[in-house]
Each structure stands twice: as C-alpha cells, then as structure tokens.
Design a protein around this ligand. Structure first.
Ligand code: AQP
Length: 336
C-alpha cells in the first residue's frame, strides 16, 4: 500500500540573540518529534533578524550557532529540512510579489509592528512593517499545512491566510491555506526579572533569561536571583504570584512533573530550596545538549555538508511554488 503523504509543517527562529530556555521549552524541544507526523521545514530566519540592527560579525556567528543548536538539540538534518532563510533566494522573491497583494490597511493593524516600533523607536524601518509578508512567504513557499505559532504570532498567520486566499481567489489553487498547529504546545516561559513579560533572547538584561549555553553555576545564580514574592509559599497562582508560578512552570516542563506534584514536593520548604532545585534541573537538562553542541560546532566539514544539502532541498522545494506563482502573475519564463 502506498505510504500516506505527510502533511507539511513550517517553523523557524530568528538569530536575534542566543537561544533561551523559553525558545527551547516553548518550541525547539517539541520540534523533535514532529517529523514522525509531518514533513518538517525549520528555518534559521536570518532575513527576519535584519529588521533589528545587527553587528555583522556577531550576527554571522550567531546564525551559524543557531543552526548547530538545532542539530545539537536533536533535530535530525536528514529527517527534517533545516536551512538558512537567506541562502534560499525564493523567500525574498516571493515576498516582493506577495507585498503587491497585501494592503497597507492590513499591515497597519499588526500589533507586533506597533510593539517593535516602540521598542526600536530610532529604527522603524520598512522591513519591520513588511515583516508579515516575508513570514507569509516563508510559510506559503513550502505549502505548509500547519504552523506552530505562539499567541504573538497568530495575527501574522491570519494575514498569511488572507494573502493566500486572495491570491488563490484570483489565480486558482496555488497556495495551501495554513492552519495553526494544534498539537502539544510547549511551556510559555517568562522573564526571571519581570515575570509579567516573556523571556526573550534579545532582552538586554542577561539575568532575565537563561541561555542554552549558560554554564551550571550561571544558571543556578540566575534562578537564585529570580524575582519572586515575599510569602515564601511554592504555590501556583499566575495573577498573584507570577514569579513563583513561572518557576513552577519551568520546573514542571523540565522534569515532566504536574504542577500539583511540584507544589506538593516543595510544601513548607521555602523559596531557597525550590530555586536551587529549578537551577539544578535546568542545568542537568542542558548539559548533554551543550556537549553535543561543542562537538558539532568544531566539525566544520560536517556542518558545511549538512548546511549545503539542506539549503538545496529547501530551494528545490520552494522554487516549485515560486515558479508557479511567477507563471500565474505573468512574469516571463527564465531561459537557461
Ligand atoms: N519565553 C518564551 N516561552 C515560550 N516560547 C517562546 N518562544 C520565544 N520565547 C518564548 C518561541 O520560540 C520561537 C522563537 O521565535 P523567534 O525567534 O521568531 O522570535 P520570538 O518569538 O520573538 O522569540 P524571542 O526569544 O522573544 O526573540 P526576540 O527577543 O528577538 O523577540 C517561537 O516559536 C516562539 O513562540
């Protein structure tokens, strides 16, 4: 019997900072098992990262490190397509075409543009504004059926669907209309210094985030200094005890324990003990990944080979869509 064709899943991360345990527990860790059910494409979204000014030398390193981390975290580059967005020219090309099918009124409604422009008031560039069109292109090029998105990206997935439906309405069925991924979603990890906002890789306060490459002492120190409250009871209550609740979430996601069991485990033990346990658990989770990462990062030949093969696969796949789009809109065919 012919094997049933897997649905396609698309996701990626920006190289805007070193990955945090938020990126890991919230996304990367769950990507590992998705390839059993889906054909997966994961991008290093380096073009998106340019909407914020980057130091070129650091950025180049960081993007390569991000790729190596995908592999170190357990993403098999033979079973998933993991690649650099900037190496695959179809992204930029489709993005231009789709920007001609996107209305300013739609982009004006994007809340992330408003948030990011207030954060980077000295650099409100057009890329920040048209970011959702590039994101739509990423997804539509691969004919993705599903996209794992956090709440803050849901609006961008909706505009992706609108653009695709508009295009299909004019030219026939060109794009698959993507759905949000509804499977198991990872934990939402909050800042250790301000538990009302999410942990972010670009947060300037390095004590607010635990990075995947932090050593065990640094991790323990960051958890020890994490902002909590004064009543010393390890109890889950996001509204009144956001700091402790965030630590419970992290511990629960790291050890695979239920929140109720975590509360029971630390009943009457105070915050000092609890913070130490969270620090130890996170350090133990990260150590094997850090060791694999060091090995992979040193093996230039292996990394180059895997990057080349995956870039080619991503180009081959996405170019099928781009060629179709170009034909539909009436661009002349290339003569080679
Ligand atoms: N704190 C978090 N908790 C759970 N999941 C998170 N993700 C990010 N932060 C948390 C998930 O990680 C992926 C990374 O997506 P991205 O690189 O495109 O950017 P982002 O969501 O804006 O992540 P950051 O770390 O906050 O980056 P900056 O600082 O550049 O804005 C996504 O799947 C996201 O849901």
């Amino acid at each position: 019997m012919a094997e049933e064709k897997k649905k396609i899943l698309y996701s990626g991360m920006q190289a805007t900072g070193d990955l945090t345990i938020g990126n890991y527990l919230g996304a990367l860790r769950n990507w590992m098992t998705l390839n059993e059910e889906y054909e997966c494409f994961f991008g290093v979204m380096d073009l998106h990262s340019l909407t914020v000014r980057q130091n070129p030398a650091e950025f180049r390193q960081r993007a390569r490190n991000l790729f190596a981390l995908y592999v170190a975290a357990g993403l098999d580059p033979e079973k998933n397509c993991i690649y650099f967005q900037s190496h695959v020219s179809t992204h930029a090309q489709l993005s231009w075409i789709l920007s001609c099918y996107t209305y300013m009124g739609e982009l004006n409604r994007m809340t992330q543009f408003k948030d990011k422009s207030s954060k980077h008031a000295d650099n409100i560039n057009a890329g920040l504004y048209t970011y959702p069109v590039l994101m739509a292109s990423d997804i539509l090029l691969f004919q993705a059926d599903v996209v794992p998105v956090g709440k803050d990206q849901l609006q961008h997935l909706e505009i992706t669907r609108d653009i695709a439906q508009r295009f299909n309405g004019i030219y026939g069925d060109v794009f698959t209309i993507p759905e949000p991924y509804t499977g198991k979603i990872g934990a939402r990890v909050m800042s250790l210094q301000d538990p009302t906002k999410k942990m972010s890789k670009s947060d300037e306060n390095t004590n607010a985030s635990v990075y995947l490459m932090d050593d065990a002492d640094t991790i323990r120190r960051k958890f020890k200094r994490a902002v909590t409250d004064s009543d010393a009871e390890v109890r889950y209550d996001v509204v009144n005890k956001p700091g402790v609740s965030n630590l419970i979430d992290i511990y629960s996601a790291t050890c695979g324990k239920d929140i109720k069991d975590v509360e029971k485990e630390f009943e009457g033990r105070g915050y000092g003990d609890f913070k130490m346990a969270v620090g130890d658990a996170v350090a133990n989770m990260l150590t094997p990944m850090q060791e694999r990462y060091e090995e992979i990062r040193k093996d230039k030949e292996y990394l180059d080979r895997v990057i080349r093969a995956n870039d080619e696969k991503a180009f081959y796949f996405s170019n099928k869509t781009l060629r179709k789009v170009k034909k539909k809109v009436g661009l002349t065919e290339e003569i080679r």
